[in-house]
Design a protein. Structure first.
Length: 271
């Protein structure tokens, strides 16, 4: 009978494995940095220019020598509300679309592999394509404007939200639902009356979290012509209009802070 390895030898093997894993990680990180053409010297050479631009956005460096007019400010605020609207409508539509696929993608609820895996693959496809790419596609398909942004948010969030919903369902106790099924209740009715009430708080919390993320995302979608305040930010950068860019960033910061507070408080109440 072979001797078992001693405790010191086991610890030494584990330590060697950790050092090997750490070395492999840094080798891969170095390779990724080379592939991404990371050049910190170029960054530091341009740091004064970046600092100058940031300083021109806000007083007291050189002041607002070209502040936005009241008409421009009203336009910026309206576009900020448009950004929130894009995120809100897109997230809500995704939540509605995600419910049935989430049930089919939950391992504990779907016994048929012929149904489970195609649904999972479809959701992975939606999650794998970023909202930015969807927005570019829909700008070409339906034209410039917020509707393309709504579609971009909806399709990507659909996949992400359905996966999160499915994970929430997998963590629930199925005993009440199985008891109803044993008494002759159909699977859809058992899901509706026994499982959905327990899942709803986590569903709502997940939806609020995704809404919070999508508000930030919707700002970037304006860069590709999907409406909202992102288009104003892109125009200000293209024209090097730093006073207006500073105002726009302050509006975005205020908007995101308010949305974060609303989402956090609502999720805390559901906890």
């Amino acid at each position: 009978m072979a001797d078992k390895p001693s405790v010191p030898a086991t610890l030494s093997n584990r330590r060697a494995g950790r050092w090997t894993a750490a070395l492999l990680f840094f080798v891969l990180l170095f390779g990724a940095a080379r592939l991404a053409q990371v050049d910190m010297s170029r960054f530091f050479q341009n740091t004064p220019r970046i600092g100058l631009w940031v300083g021109r956005m806000f007083p007291p460096y050189d002041g607002f020598r070209n502040p936005p007019t009241s008409t421009e400010l009203n336009t910026y605020l309206r576009n900020a509300l448009t950004t929130v609207a894009i995120a809100t409508v897109g997230t809500t539509a995704a939540a509605v679309l995600a419910f049935i696929p989430s049930v089919l993608a939950a391992r504990t609820l779907t016994r048929s592999k012929a149904l489970f895996y195609p649904v999972r693959w479809f959701l992975n496809l939606l999650r794998g394509i970023d909202s930015f790419i969807f927005a570019i596609f829909f700008v070409a398909a339906v034209g410039l404007g917020p509707f393309a942004g709504v579609l971009g948010v909806t399709f990507h969030t659909w996949g992400s939200m359905a996966k999160l919903y499915a994970e929430n369902l997998e963590n629930l106790d199925l005993t009440p639902m199985l008891a109803l099924e044993a008494s002759g209740v159909s699977r859809p009715r058992a899901l509706l009356y026994a499982l959905l009430p327990d899942a709803m708080p986590s569903f709502i919390s997940t939806t609020l979290f995704m809404w919070e993320l999508n508000v930030r995302l919707s700002v970037a979608l304006g860069v590709v012509g999907a409406g909202g305040i992102g288009q104003d930010i892109k125009n200000a950068i293209d024209l090097l209009n730093f006073p207006h860019l500073g105002v726009l960033l302050l509006i975005v910061l205020t908007m995101v802070t308010i949305i974060d507070q609303i989402s956090t408080r609502l999720r805390q109440r559901l906890a």
